[in-house]
Design a protein around this ligand. Sequence first.
Ligand code: T4K
Length: 382
Amino acid sequence: MLESFDEPIPITRPLLPNLQNVNKRMSEIWDSKWVTNNGQQQRDLQEKLKDYLAVEHLSLFTNGTMALLLGLKSLNLTGEVITTPFTFPATLQALDWNGLTPVFCDIEPNTLTIDSSKIEALITEKTSAILGVHVFGNPCDVLKIQEIADRHGLKVIYDGAHAFGSEIKGNPVGHYGDMTMFSFHATKLFNTVEGGALVFKDRRLAAKLNLLKNFGIADQEEVVLSGLNAKMNEIQAAIGLETLKLIDEEREKRHTVKKVYERQLANVPGIRLLTHLENKKSSYQYFVIEIDERTFGRTRDWLQEKLQQHNVFARKYFYPLCSDFTWYKHLVSAQPRNLPQAQKTVKEVLAMPYYGELELASVVRICNIIKSHHVTTSGIAL
Ligand code: T4K
């Protein structure tokens, strides 16, 4: 019988910067008495992130959801947007708040991103954009998506909430599409507690996004469009500036954790590791496995429950499918028969505890719990 962990092992832990360094920045902010509205820390972080992500245009927001919502707004989209059902609710909610109708496209089994071979059949005269999600940091099939978009005059937006630092053949993921959103929530590899950014191709969007995130106020005399309040404040930015210094080291630690998981779970029948990406660099945001009930002998839900009994909190990201939300059920594209791969994936995927501080011995213990509950075809637990 394997022992439970004394302390809970969560799916992640926020990467927190050195408190003394943060306090130093807090003193600067206190002295300046400038705490939000395009302050110095925010401007510094914007420049640092442009360098880090190797992009020309970047705008910071109070969180990833507001970034995506206002990014979609800035592109004047109308009608229908083709997207994936296998994502966090925020992707779809950003469409809803823009009055856009999602058209759900099935996902492909290796990256779990939108299946580019199924997009074209869903395009109608109402389609204005494709919204892909680089889910778990796995980049979408960006070249094929762009080709389809160009043929039909559509915009391409990526929800890259998980993809900070992902690359495709050496190119940063933010180079693709018209616009990419990154989330800087506490659970993300790079975080500003809450926060987010948009990177975009068209430099003219910078001014529009500045208006959209600041009530549409052009100056003290004029409000030129209906915006919202979605600015990143100085405290968020200060934390981001310090966290950014730790990212490369955190990535290395996560790489080591990943290797241990991969070694331990390599030959467990019925467990597929979704970590090998051809020609693509991972963001090291999540470590995800897929449980095939027939071969493993148990369901994903059963395994999640077992891990929980041992004080290990793996998560069913992303369950339920967004297409199963009650307010989409009337859509033809949301019908389960039209999304067979997504319907299968949503029952099989489990995101494992994954963060740099996770002890390697704990990873081995977690894997032993999984292995001990694998059932052979003869019904004997290994
Ligand atoms: N698009 C996609 C594809 C996304 O995944 C997300 C967000 C968005 C858009 C929207 O971006 P933001 O507007 O959030 O910037 C979390 C996050 O809240 C959410 O940001 C994230 N995706 C999603 C995948 O995960 P929950 O409900 O799973 O979080 P919660 O509170 O259960 O936290 C998970 C674990 O993390 C805890 O069990 C322990 C640990 N934790 C968490 C927090 C907040 C800590 O140790 N300390 C903490 O302060 O949603």
